[in-house]
Design a protein around this ligand. Structure first.
Ligand code: ADP
Ligand code: MG
Length: 443
């Protein structure tokens, strides 16, 4: 008989993980680290594939994330090791990483870290307090409690934990502040700068089409809060959702199908949406909608796109139907974000009513990921259908797609029914409790 008991991925206790990682560092490098830094992964309630179009995203940080134990070097050398069994190949050494983050022959995962050192060095004297000392290198040991490639942003959490470690061991701010003091000294505006550093690393060094949602969440989220992130200017509003979490919980279902954002399919979807934007004569699709968009504005913009095509607009050789579907996803996703933002920040609807409204918008978001963005896959669709049948308020694929996780809004009383129904779908399905958690910090 197959074991249908739910498999949970625990976040672990940060202090114990930190102590164990520091001990392991001493064994690997034969001396003690200067500290351990942690940055969380994230779950996005709504707003997939729209951060790079200036849309609103609604993420929260997880308890799960990436821990980095580090010690400084003054010879510009970066030595890295990950404890993830599928990626670990011992210590990897990169010379002069601040100048050249991607030397030939290094495993691709290392660029997520060396790219951050490089991007931080590019800041030069723009932000003197986080300007790297000359010749800064480091020894790093990495451990994640997230599924890797699971749509919960292990990549950004690795970048952000590394960024904190580099600031701590290689800048004036780090020299003056240790441990919790450094966590406090990193103001929201400095965290916003670091988020852009990490975006630059992932876009320019790694070559993945990330838009800043993941890095902003990891560095700027808050405990108990949903982050309402306006990606036009990266301003955030942190919304208390304790009232909702009294009777409901968010659950992430990791399908066990990892994706690889850097492999081009995500970038192809992005290119099609960008072609639609240029046919509409806007730089980013958020600008095609008014400040307070309504459903009719989405229809009007789609009509405008059709007229632009009839008038001979150039899509750079991309398929018109695909570009239109990406456009429809982006516009409706922006509308859903604005609606959820209003529901959670506006008039009280009562907990159950709020959960129903948000849950319906989540399920509508999944349908759009499937039909318009075309980034879903069979197991994600099955998880969504199954958990909704088992009593979830709503569910949707999150992350870039082509693999990854489904976020579910669950009435507390239905948790067991829902996890056992989803467990039956595949032996690879695992669950993570999504508890809105604090941003990146020293541990
Ligand atoms: P996601 O961010 O959704 O988990 P991505 O494809 O964006 O998926 O990022 C996954 C990649 O990030 C991995 O393939 C690896 O290169 C890198 N990565 C993430 N976590 C770790 C880790 N703990 N150790 C080494 N590399 C990691
Ligand atoms: Mg990622």
């Amino acid at each position: 008989m197959r074991d249908n008991s739910a498999r949970w991925l625990a976040p672990g206790d940060p202090e114990s993980i930190s102590v164990a990682l520091a001990t392991r560092f001493s064994q690997v490098y034969n001396y003690d680290p200067e500290g351990v830094w942690f940055a969380p992964g994230r779950a996005n309630l709504n707003g997939e594939h729209i951060d790079f179009h200036g849309g609103r995203c609604l993420p929260m940080a997880l308890r799960h994330g990436t821990y980095v134990a580090a010690a400084p070097r003054t010879d510009g050398v970066l030595r890295l090791r990950t404890l993830d069994p599928s990626l670990d190949s011992g210590i990897v050494e990169i010379h002069d990483a601040a100048a050249q983050p991607t030397p030939a022959g290094t495993p691709s995962w290392t660029t997520y870290v060396s790219g951050v050192l490089w991007a931080l060095a590019q800041l030069k004297d723009e932000h003197p307090e986080i300007e790297l000392h000359r010749g800064t290198g480091a020894d790093l040991l990495i451990r994640s409690t997230l599924p890797i490639g699971g749509g919960l942003s292990s990549s950004a959490s690795l970048e952000c934990a590394a960024a904190l470690a580099f600031v701590a061991i290689g800048t004036p701010l780090g020299a003056e502040n240790h441990g919790d003091d450094l966590t406090r000294a990193l103001t929201d505006s400095l965290r916003a700068v670091l988020a852009q550093v990490c975006v630059k690393a992932e876009v320019e060094a790694v070559g993945a089409g990330t838009g800043g949602l993941d890095q902003t969440t990891s560095l700027r989220a808050a405990e108990g809060k949903l982050v309402s992130l306006d990606c036009r200017d990266f301003t955030v509003k942190r919304t208390d959702i304790a009232f909702l979490l009294r009777d409901y919980r968010f659950l992430a279902v990791d399908t066990g199908h990892p994706h690889q954002l850097a492999d081009g399919r995500f970038s192809a979807r992005r290119a099609e949406a960008e072609a639609a934007a240029s046919a509409l004569g806007v730089n980013r699709l958020r600008d095609a909608l008014p400040e307070k968009p309504k459903k009719s504005d989405v229809e009007l913009t789609l009509d405008e796109f059709d007229r632009a095509l009839e008038a001979g607009a150039d899509l750079g050789g991309l398929d018109a139907g695909s570009c239109r579907r990406r456009l429809k996803h982006a516009l409706t996703e922006m509308l859903r974000s604005e609606k959820i933002h209003r529901i959670l920040n506006g008039d009280a609807h009562g907990v159950d009513n709020t959960a129903d409204l948000v849950g319906d918008l989540m399920s509508a978001g999944h349908a759009s990921m499937k039909e318009n963005a075309e980034v879903s896959f069979a197991l994600a669709d099955q998880v969504v259908d199954t958990v909704v049948q088992a009593g979830a308020s709503g569910a949707r694929l999150i992350g870039g797609g082509f693999g990854g996780s489904v976020l579910v809004l669950v009435p507390r009383s239905r948790m067991e029914d829902i996890t056992s129904a989803a467990s039956r779908l595949s032996p690879d399905v695992r669950f993570l409790e999504v508890v809105p958690s604090p941003a990146a910090r020293a541990v």
